[in-house]
Design a protein around this ligand. Structure first.
Ligand code: AMP
Ligand code: ZN
Length: 453
Protein backbone atom coordinates (compact mmCIF):
# COMPACT_ATOMS: atom_id res chain seq x y z
CA UNK A 1 0.00 0.00 0.00
CA UNK A 2 1.47 3.30 -1.14
CA UNK A 3 0.82 6.33 1.06
CA UNK A 4 1.54 9.94 0.14
CA UNK A 5 0.97 13.36 1.61
CA UNK A 6 -1.83 15.20 -0.18
CA UNK A 7 -1.36 19.00 -0.10
CA UNK A 8 -5.08 19.45 -0.73
CA UNK A 9 -6.32 17.56 2.33
CA UNK A 10 -3.10 18.03 4.28
CA UNK A 11 -3.16 14.36 5.19
CA UNK A 12 -1.21 11.24 4.34
CA UNK A 13 -3.49 9.08 2.18
CA UNK A 14 -3.33 5.90 0.20
CA UNK A 15 -2.60 6.45 -3.48
CA UNK A 16 -4.69 4.15 -5.62
CA UNK A 17 -5.87 4.56 -9.18
CA UNK A 18 -9.24 6.20 -9.82
CA UNK A 19 -9.64 3.89 -12.79
CA UNK A 20 -8.15 0.47 -13.55
CA UNK A 21 -4.56 -0.02 -12.53
CA UNK A 22 -3.16 3.21 -13.92
CA UNK A 23 -2.17 6.40 -12.14
CA UNK A 24 -2.60 9.48 -14.29
CA UNK A 25 -0.02 12.05 -13.30
CA UNK A 26 0.51 15.62 -14.44
CA UNK A 27 3.79 17.29 -13.61
CA UNK A 28 4.42 20.97 -14.30
CA UNK A 29 7.37 21.11 -16.63
CA UNK A 30 10.04 23.62 -17.46
CA UNK A 31 9.66 27.08 -18.86
CA UNK A 32 12.10 26.74 -21.72
CA UNK A 33 13.75 30.15 -21.69
CA UNK A 34 17.09 29.04 -20.24
CA UNK A 35 18.91 25.93 -19.03
CA UNK A 36 17.09 24.36 -16.10
CA UNK A 37 18.98 24.69 -12.81
CA UNK A 38 19.44 21.88 -10.33
CA UNK A 39 16.68 23.31 -8.14
CA UNK A 40 14.29 22.58 -11.02
CA UNK A 41 15.85 19.13 -11.25
CA UNK A 42 15.11 18.54 -7.61
CA UNK A 43 11.44 18.78 -8.58
CA UNK A 44 11.86 16.51 -11.62
CA UNK A 45 13.92 13.98 -9.63
CA UNK A 46 11.20 13.89 -6.96
CA UNK A 47 8.61 13.23 -9.66
CA UNK A 48 10.82 10.53 -11.12
CA UNK A 49 11.01 8.80 -7.72
CA UNK A 50 7.24 9.13 -7.46
CA UNK A 51 6.63 7.46 -10.84
CA UNK A 52 9.16 4.75 -10.05
CA UNK A 53 7.52 3.98 -6.69
CA UNK A 54 4.13 3.79 -8.39
CA UNK A 55 5.57 1.18 -10.77
CA UNK A 56 7.46 -0.53 -7.94
CA UNK A 57 4.00 -1.18 -6.46
CA UNK A 58 2.78 -2.82 -9.65
CA UNK A 59 0.68 0.09 -10.85
CA UNK A 60 0.93 1.58 -14.31
CA UNK A 61 1.72 5.21 -14.91
CA UNK A 62 0.69 7.76 -17.50
CA UNK A 63 2.68 10.92 -16.92
CA UNK A 64 2.23 14.16 -18.80
CA UNK A 65 4.82 16.93 -18.44
CA UNK A 66 4.18 20.19 -20.23
CA UNK A 67 6.77 22.42 -21.82
CA UNK A 68 5.94 26.07 -21.26
CA UNK A 69 7.24 27.55 -24.49
CA UNK A 70 5.24 30.76 -24.44
CA UNK A 71 5.03 33.11 -21.44
CA UNK A 72 6.45 36.44 -20.27
CA UNK A 73 9.99 35.05 -19.93
CA UNK A 74 10.27 33.12 -23.22
CA UNK A 75 8.90 36.08 -25.18
CA UNK A 76 11.30 38.48 -23.52
CA UNK A 77 14.22 36.13 -24.25
CA UNK A 78 13.35 35.50 -27.89
CA UNK A 79 12.75 39.16 -28.66
CA UNK A 80 15.97 40.22 -26.92
CA UNK A 81 17.89 37.62 -28.96
CA UNK A 82 16.08 38.69 -32.13
CA UNK A 83 15.03 35.14 -33.02
CA UNK A 84 11.66 33.46 -33.52
CA UNK A 85 10.10 32.14 -30.32
CA UNK A 86 10.17 28.53 -31.56
CA UNK A 87 13.88 28.72 -32.46
CA UNK A 88 14.66 30.28 -29.12
CA UNK A 89 12.83 27.65 -27.07
CA UNK A 90 14.06 24.69 -29.14
CA UNK A 91 17.60 25.08 -27.77
CA UNK A 92 16.34 24.78 -24.22
CA UNK A 93 13.88 21.98 -24.96
CA UNK A 94 16.70 19.90 -26.43
CA UNK A 95 18.97 20.71 -23.49
CA UNK A 96 16.24 19.74 -21.07
CA UNK A 97 15.83 16.27 -22.54
CA UNK A 98 19.58 15.71 -22.60
CA UNK A 99 19.76 16.71 -18.93
CA UNK A 100 16.95 14.35 -17.94
CA UNK A 101 18.90 11.50 -19.50
CA UNK A 102 22.04 12.40 -17.60
CA UNK A 103 20.08 12.25 -14.37
CA UNK A 104 18.53 8.90 -15.29
CA UNK A 105 15.05 10.41 -15.05
CA UNK A 106 12.52 8.21 -16.81
CA UNK A 107 10.75 9.97 -19.66
CA UNK A 108 7.11 10.96 -19.25
CA UNK A 109 4.61 9.42 -21.65
CA UNK A 110 3.66 12.79 -23.18
CA UNK A 111 5.49 16.14 -23.37
CA UNK A 112 2.94 18.58 -24.80
CA UNK A 113 4.20 22.04 -25.72
CA UNK A 114 1.96 25.00 -24.97
CA UNK A 115 2.27 26.50 -28.45
CA UNK A 116 0.83 23.30 -29.96
CA UNK A 117 -2.34 23.61 -27.86
CA UNK A 118 -3.56 27.17 -28.33
CA UNK A 119 -6.98 26.06 -29.74
CA UNK A 120 -7.61 23.90 -26.65
CA UNK A 121 -6.77 26.85 -24.41
CA UNK A 122 -9.05 29.19 -26.34
CA UNK A 123 -11.86 26.65 -26.07
CA UNK A 124 -11.39 26.44 -22.31
CA UNK A 125 -11.40 30.23 -21.91
CA UNK A 126 -14.56 30.37 -24.04
CA UNK A 127 -16.23 27.86 -21.75
CA UNK A 128 -15.38 30.02 -18.73
CA UNK A 129 -16.78 33.08 -20.52
CA UNK A 130 -19.99 31.17 -21.30
CA UNK A 131 -20.35 30.19 -17.64
CA UNK A 132 -19.93 33.78 -16.51
CA UNK A 133 -16.79 33.22 -14.45
CA UNK A 134 -14.56 35.13 -16.87
CA UNK A 135 -14.74 38.59 -18.38
CA UNK A 136 -12.86 40.75 -20.85
CA UNK A 137 -11.39 43.93 -19.36
CA UNK A 138 -10.93 47.33 -20.97
CA UNK A 139 -7.39 46.44 -22.02
CA UNK A 140 -8.65 43.45 -24.04
CA UNK A 141 -7.31 40.73 -21.74
CA UNK A 142 -9.61 38.07 -20.32
CA UNK A 143 -9.66 37.45 -16.58
CA UNK A 144 -10.97 34.77 -14.27
CA UNK A 145 -13.31 36.21 -11.63
CA UNK A 146 -12.09 34.47 -8.48
CA UNK A 147 -15.13 35.53 -6.42
CA UNK A 148 -17.37 33.58 -8.79
CA UNK A 149 -15.69 30.28 -7.98
CA UNK A 150 -16.63 29.24 -4.44
CA UNK A 151 -13.79 26.75 -4.15
CA UNK A 152 -11.11 29.34 -4.78
CA UNK A 153 -8.36 29.07 -2.19
CA UNK A 154 -8.97 25.47 -1.12
CA UNK A 155 -5.49 24.28 -2.05
CA UNK A 156 -3.56 27.20 -0.57
CA UNK A 157 -6.05 27.57 2.33
CA UNK A 158 -6.60 31.25 1.67
CA UNK A 159 -8.49 33.30 4.16
CA UNK A 160 -10.55 35.66 2.05
CA UNK A 161 -11.54 37.90 4.93
CA UNK A 162 -8.01 39.23 5.07
CA UNK A 163 -7.85 39.99 1.39
CA UNK A 164 -8.20 43.22 -0.43
CA UNK A 165 -10.83 42.77 -3.09
CA UNK A 166 -11.30 43.79 -6.66
CA UNK A 167 -7.67 43.42 -7.65
CA UNK A 168 -6.58 42.22 -11.03
CA UNK A 169 -3.26 40.64 -11.79
CA UNK A 170 -1.83 40.26 -15.27
CA UNK A 171 1.52 38.76 -14.18
CA UNK A 172 1.85 34.98 -14.20
CA UNK A 173 3.29 34.89 -10.72
CA UNK A 174 2.11 36.73 -7.60
CA UNK A 175 1.79 36.00 -3.91
CA UNK A 176 -1.01 35.11 -1.54
CA UNK A 177 -1.34 38.66 -0.28
CA UNK A 178 -2.31 39.78 -3.75
CA UNK A 179 -5.11 37.43 -4.66
CA UNK A 180 -6.97 38.84 -7.56
CA UNK A 181 -8.61 38.05 -10.84
CA UNK A 182 -5.94 36.43 -12.97
CA UNK A 183 -5.32 36.54 -16.70
CA UNK A 184 -6.62 33.69 -18.87
CA UNK A 185 -5.85 35.39 -22.16
CA UNK A 186 -3.46 38.31 -22.48
CA UNK A 187 -4.11 40.93 -25.13
CA UNK A 188 -1.23 41.56 -27.52
CA UNK A 189 1.19 44.27 -26.49
CA UNK A 190 4.01 46.03 -28.29
CA UNK A 191 6.59 44.07 -26.30
CA UNK A 192 5.18 40.75 -27.56
CA UNK A 193 6.57 41.55 -31.00
CA UNK A 194 5.65 38.84 -33.51
CA UNK A 195 4.23 36.46 -30.87
CA UNK A 196 0.46 36.21 -30.87
CA UNK A 197 -2.60 34.20 -31.89
CA UNK A 198 -6.04 35.28 -33.03
CA UNK A 199 -8.89 34.59 -30.65
CA UNK A 200 -12.51 35.66 -30.09
CA UNK A 201 -11.05 38.41 -27.85
CA UNK A 202 -8.54 39.66 -30.38
CA UNK A 203 -4.89 38.90 -30.91
CA UNK A 204 -3.02 37.74 -27.83
CA UNK A 205 -1.59 34.78 -25.98
CA UNK A 206 -2.64 32.42 -23.21
CA UNK A 207 -1.87 33.01 -19.54
CA UNK A 208 0.48 30.48 -17.95
CA UNK A 209 -2.14 28.80 -15.76
CA UNK A 210 -4.58 28.01 -18.56
CA UNK A 211 -1.84 26.10 -20.38
CA UNK A 212 -1.70 23.45 -17.69
CA UNK A 213 -5.48 23.12 -17.20
CA UNK A 214 -6.05 22.69 -20.93
CA UNK A 215 -3.20 20.25 -21.58
CA UNK A 216 -3.70 18.12 -18.47
CA UNK A 217 -7.39 17.59 -19.21
CA UNK A 218 -6.68 16.87 -22.87
CA UNK A 219 -4.28 14.02 -22.09
CA UNK A 220 -5.53 12.78 -18.72
CA UNK A 221 -9.27 13.52 -18.65
CA UNK A 222 -11.34 16.01 -16.68
CA UNK A 223 -10.64 14.21 -13.42
CA UNK A 224 -7.33 12.50 -12.79
CA UNK A 225 -5.25 11.04 -9.98
CA UNK A 226 -2.22 13.10 -9.25
CA UNK A 227 -0.67 16.49 -9.94
CA UNK A 228 2.72 17.67 -8.71
CA UNK A 229 5.28 20.45 -8.79
CA UNK A 230 7.65 22.41 -6.60
CA UNK A 231 6.08 24.11 -3.59
CA UNK A 232 6.28 27.49 -5.35
CA UNK A 233 3.75 26.13 -7.87
CA UNK A 234 1.11 25.58 -5.20
CA UNK A 235 0.01 29.20 -5.24
CA UNK A 236 -1.07 30.79 -7.46
CA UNK A 237 -0.39 28.33 -10.30
CA UNK A 238 -2.08 25.18 -9.00
CA UNK A 239 -4.84 27.07 -7.22
CA UNK A 240 -5.67 28.74 -10.53
CA UNK A 241 -5.51 25.46 -12.43
CA UNK A 242 -8.14 24.03 -10.07
CA UNK A 243 -10.35 27.10 -10.45
CA UNK A 244 -10.20 27.03 -14.26
CA UNK A 245 -10.80 23.32 -14.59
CA UNK A 246 -13.50 22.88 -11.96
CA UNK A 247 -15.38 26.02 -12.96
CA UNK A 248 -15.43 24.72 -16.54
CA UNK A 249 -16.35 21.08 -15.93
CA UNK A 250 -18.18 21.15 -12.60
CA UNK A 251 -16.13 18.08 -11.67
CA UNK A 252 -13.31 17.40 -9.27
CA UNK A 253 -10.10 18.18 -11.16
CA UNK A 254 -7.39 16.25 -9.31
CA UNK A 255 -7.59 13.83 -6.39
CA UNK A 256 -4.08 14.20 -4.96
CA UNK A 257 -1.63 17.11 -5.06
CA UNK A 258 2.02 16.70 -4.10
CA UNK A 259 4.71 19.36 -3.80
CA UNK A 260 8.41 19.14 -3.14
CA UNK A 261 10.32 21.58 -0.99
CA UNK A 262 12.96 23.79 -2.50
CA UNK A 263 16.58 23.22 -3.14
CA UNK A 264 18.36 26.04 -1.36
CA UNK A 265 21.74 27.67 -1.43
CA UNK A 266 22.85 29.23 1.84
CA UNK A 267 19.29 29.11 3.07
CA UNK A 268 17.79 30.78 0.01
CA UNK A 269 15.73 29.20 -2.76
CA UNK A 270 17.91 28.38 -5.74
CA UNK A 271 16.48 30.45 -8.56
CA UNK A 272 17.38 32.26 -11.72
CA UNK A 273 16.15 35.57 -10.37
CA UNK A 274 18.29 35.32 -7.22
CA UNK A 275 21.30 34.47 -9.39
CA UNK A 276 22.41 31.75 -6.96
CA UNK A 277 21.97 28.79 -9.24
CA UNK A 278 23.93 25.99 -10.84
CA UNK A 279 22.79 24.31 -14.00
CA UNK A 280 23.43 20.62 -14.46
CA UNK A 281 26.05 21.56 -17.04
CA UNK A 282 27.91 23.68 -14.49
CA UNK A 283 28.28 20.66 -12.24
CA UNK A 284 29.16 18.21 -15.01
CA UNK A 285 31.90 20.58 -16.12
CA UNK A 286 33.30 20.51 -12.61
CA UNK A 287 33.67 16.74 -13.00
CA UNK A 288 30.64 15.46 -11.11
CA UNK A 289 28.59 12.76 -12.78
CA UNK A 290 24.85 12.76 -13.39
CA UNK A 291 24.57 9.83 -11.03
CA UNK A 292 26.29 11.69 -8.18
CA UNK A 293 24.03 14.70 -8.70
CA UNK A 294 20.96 12.45 -8.81
CA UNK A 295 22.08 10.82 -5.58
CA UNK A 296 22.24 14.19 -3.81
CA UNK A 297 18.88 15.33 -5.19
CA UNK A 298 16.97 12.23 -4.07
CA UNK A 299 18.73 11.61 -0.79
CA UNK A 300 16.61 14.00 1.28
CA UNK A 301 12.91 13.71 1.99
CA UNK A 302 11.08 15.58 -0.75
CA UNK A 303 9.08 17.67 1.73
CA UNK A 304 12.12 19.00 3.58
CA UNK A 305 14.39 21.74 2.33
CA UNK A 306 17.66 20.55 0.86
CA UNK A 307 20.67 22.78 1.11
CA UNK A 308 23.01 22.42 -1.83
CA UNK A 309 26.70 21.97 -0.99
CA UNK A 310 29.66 20.54 -2.87
CA UNK A 311 30.55 18.42 0.16
CA UNK A 312 27.29 16.52 -0.47
CA UNK A 313 28.53 15.65 -3.97
CA UNK A 314 31.81 14.41 -2.52
CA UNK A 315 29.90 12.29 0.00
CA UNK A 316 27.74 10.94 -2.81
CA UNK A 317 30.84 9.82 -4.69
CA UNK A 318 32.10 7.90 -1.66
CA UNK A 319 28.72 6.35 -0.92
CA UNK A 320 28.24 5.23 -4.52
CA UNK A 321 31.72 3.79 -4.60
CA UNK A 322 30.91 1.75 -1.51
CA UNK A 323 27.70 0.50 -3.13
CA UNK A 324 29.49 -0.32 -6.41
CA UNK A 325 32.14 -2.40 -4.68
CA UNK A 326 29.53 -4.44 -2.90
CA UNK A 327 27.31 -4.89 -5.96
CA UNK A 328 30.34 -6.08 -7.94
CA UNK A 329 30.45 -9.07 -5.56
CA UNK A 330 26.70 -9.72 -5.61
CA UNK A 331 25.38 -12.75 -7.46
CA UNK A 332 22.05 -14.06 -8.68
CA UNK A 333 20.23 -16.80 -6.85
CA UNK A 334 18.00 -17.08 -3.85
CA UNK A 335 18.25 -14.08 -1.56
CA UNK A 336 19.27 -14.71 2.05
CA UNK A 337 16.59 -13.96 4.62
CA UNK A 338 18.38 -10.89 5.96
CA UNK A 339 18.52 -9.41 2.46
CA UNK A 340 14.79 -9.96 1.98
CA UNK A 341 14.17 -8.20 5.26
CA UNK A 342 16.16 -5.15 4.12
CA UNK A 343 14.11 -5.12 0.95
CA UNK A 344 10.92 -5.14 3.00
CA UNK A 345 12.21 -2.18 5.05
CA UNK A 346 13.06 -0.44 1.81
CA UNK A 347 9.55 -1.01 0.42
CA UNK A 348 7.94 0.19 3.66
CA UNK A 349 10.06 3.35 3.54
CA UNK A 350 9.25 4.32 -0.05
CA UNK A 351 5.57 3.58 0.53
CA UNK A 352 5.58 5.84 3.57
CA UNK A 353 5.31 9.11 1.64
CA UNK A 354 8.51 8.44 -0.36
CA UNK A 355 10.80 8.30 2.64
CA UNK A 356 14.06 8.08 0.71
CA UNK A 357 16.40 8.71 3.66
CA UNK A 358 14.96 5.58 5.29
CA UNK A 359 15.10 3.70 2.00
CA UNK A 360 18.79 4.54 1.63
CA UNK A 361 19.35 3.39 5.21
CA UNK A 362 17.88 0.00 4.24
CA UNK A 363 20.17 -0.11 1.22
CA UNK A 364 23.23 0.56 3.37
CA UNK A 365 22.18 -2.12 5.86
CA UNK A 366 22.09 -4.48 2.91
CA UNK A 367 25.56 -3.35 1.84
CA UNK A 368 26.89 -3.78 5.36
CA UNK A 369 25.47 -7.28 5.74
CA UNK A 370 26.51 -8.33 2.24
CA UNK A 371 30.06 -7.18 2.96
CA UNK A 372 30.06 -9.07 6.24
CA UNK A 373 28.10 -12.21 5.45
CA UNK A 374 28.76 -12.57 1.73
CA UNK A 375 26.89 -11.09 -1.20
CA UNK A 376 25.75 -14.36 -2.78
CA UNK A 377 22.13 -14.15 -3.86
CA UNK A 378 21.76 -10.42 -3.18
CA UNK A 379 21.90 -9.14 -6.76
CA UNK A 380 18.13 -9.35 -7.25
CA UNK A 381 17.55 -7.30 -4.10
CA UNK A 382 19.93 -4.59 -5.27
CA UNK A 383 18.20 -4.55 -8.64
CA UNK A 384 14.77 -4.31 -7.09
CA UNK A 385 15.84 -1.37 -4.93
CA UNK A 386 17.39 0.31 -7.92
CA UNK A 387 14.07 0.22 -9.79
CA UNK A 388 13.26 3.13 -7.47
CA UNK A 389 16.67 4.69 -6.89
CA UNK A 390 18.19 4.55 -10.36
CA UNK A 391 21.74 5.14 -9.10
CA UNK A 392 23.36 1.69 -8.99
CA UNK A 393 25.69 0.43 -11.71
CA UNK A 394 25.15 -3.15 -12.79
CA UNK A 395 26.54 -3.65 -16.24
CA UNK A 396 30.01 -2.95 -17.53
CA UNK A 397 28.68 -0.75 -20.28
CA UNK A 398 27.14 1.55 -17.69
CA UNK A 399 30.37 1.58 -15.73
CA UNK A 400 32.22 2.96 -18.70
CA UNK A 401 30.18 6.14 -18.51
CA UNK A 402 32.02 7.08 -15.36
CA UNK A 403 35.46 6.39 -16.78
CA UNK A 404 37.20 9.63 -17.73
CA UNK A 405 37.74 10.04 -21.48
CA UNK A 406 41.49 10.16 -21.00
CA UNK A 407 41.53 6.77 -19.27
CA UNK A 408 39.16 5.32 -21.84
CA UNK A 409 41.48 6.39 -24.67
CA UNK A 410 44.46 4.75 -22.97
CA UNK A 411 42.42 1.62 -22.40
CA UNK A 412 41.51 1.44 -26.08
CA UNK A 413 45.13 1.95 -27.07
CA UNK A 414 46.11 -0.85 -24.71
CA UNK A 415 43.57 -3.19 -26.29
CA UNK A 416 45.18 -2.48 -29.66
CA UNK A 417 48.69 -3.07 -28.28
CA UNK A 418 47.62 -6.42 -26.84
CA UNK A 419 46.01 -7.45 -30.09
CA UNK A 420 49.36 -7.00 -31.84
CA UNK A 421 51.11 -8.69 -28.90
CA UNK A 422 53.10 -5.56 -28.08
CA UNK A 423 53.45 -6.44 -24.39
CA UNK A 424 55.90 -3.69 -23.52
CA UNK A 425 53.48 -1.07 -24.82
CA UNK A 426 50.64 -2.81 -23.01
CA UNK A 427 52.52 -2.62 -19.70
CA UNK A 428 53.50 0.99 -20.28
CA UNK A 429 49.85 1.89 -20.88
CA UNK A 430 48.79 -0.02 -17.78
CA UNK A 431 51.18 2.10 -15.71
CA UNK A 432 49.93 5.26 -17.31
CA UNK A 433 46.35 4.30 -16.48
CA UNK A 434 47.41 3.43 -12.94
CA UNK A 435 48.92 6.89 -12.57
CA UNK A 436 45.45 8.29 -13.26
CA UNK A 437 43.98 6.24 -10.43
CA UNK A 438 42.63 3.17 -12.23
CA UNK A 439 43.62 -0.48 -12.10
CA UNK A 440 43.37 -2.58 -15.25
CA UNK A 441 42.61 -6.25 -14.94
CA UNK A 442 42.99 -8.76 -17.73
CA UNK A 443 40.80 -11.78 -18.11
CA UNK A 444 39.59 -14.04 -20.88
CA UNK A 445 36.81 -11.50 -21.59
CA UNK A 446 39.36 -8.73 -22.08
CA UNK A 447 40.30 -5.80 -19.92
CA UNK A 448 38.26 -4.41 -17.06
CA UNK A 449 38.82 -1.31 -14.99
CA UNK A 450 38.54 -0.63 -11.31
CA UNK A 451 38.92 2.68 -9.58
CA UNK A 452 41.68 2.59 -6.97
CA UNK A 453 40.30 3.17 -3.51
P1 AMP B 1 9.88 26.79 -13.73
O1 AMP B 1 10.73 26.46 -14.92
O2 AMP B 1 10.34 28.00 -12.97
O3 AMP B 1 8.40 26.85 -14.08
O4 AMP B 1 10.05 25.60 -12.67
C1 AMP B 1 9.97 24.26 -13.04
C2 AMP B 1 9.79 23.39 -11.81
O5 AMP B 1 10.90 23.52 -10.91
C3 AMP B 1 8.55 23.73 -10.99
O6 AMP B 1 7.94 22.53 -10.56
C4 AMP B 1 9.12 24.50 -9.82
O7 AMP B 1 8.29 24.43 -8.70
C5 AMP B 1 10.44 23.79 -9.59
N1 AMP B 1 11.46 24.58 -8.88
C6 AMP B 1 11.92 25.82 -9.20
N2 AMP B 1 12.91 26.20 -8.34
C7 AMP B 1 13.09 25.17 -7.47
C8 AMP B 1 13.97 24.94 -6.34
N3 AMP B 1 14.89 25.82 -5.96
N4 AMP B 1 13.86 23.74 -5.69
C9 AMP B 1 12.95 22.81 -6.09
N5 AMP B 1 12.11 22.98 -7.13
C10 AMP B 1 12.17 24.13 -7.82
ZN1 ZN C 1 1.68 23.87 -14.53
Amino acid sequence: MMNVYNSLTRRVEELKPLEGNEIRLYTCGPTVYNFAHIGNFRAYAFEDILRRVIQFNGMKIRQVMNLTDVDDKTIRGANAAGVALTDYTKTYKDAFFADLKKLNIQPAEVYPAATDHIPEMIALVQKLMDKGVAYQSEDGSVYFKVREFPGYGKLAHIDFDNQRTGLRCAADEYDKENVGDFALWKAWEESDGPVGWDSPWGRGRPGWHIECSAMSMKYLGETFDLHTGGIDNLFPHHENEIAQAEAATGKEFVRTWMHCAHLRVNGEKMSKSAGNFFTLRDLLEKGYTGREIRYVLINAHYRTGLNFAFTALEDARKALDKIDRCVAQATDGEAPEWATKHLQDFADAVNDDLNLPRAFAALFELVRDANGKGAAGTLGVFKRMDEVLGVIFFENEKKEEAIPAEVKALLDARAEARKSKNWAESDRLRDEIAALGWTVKDSRDGQSLEKKG
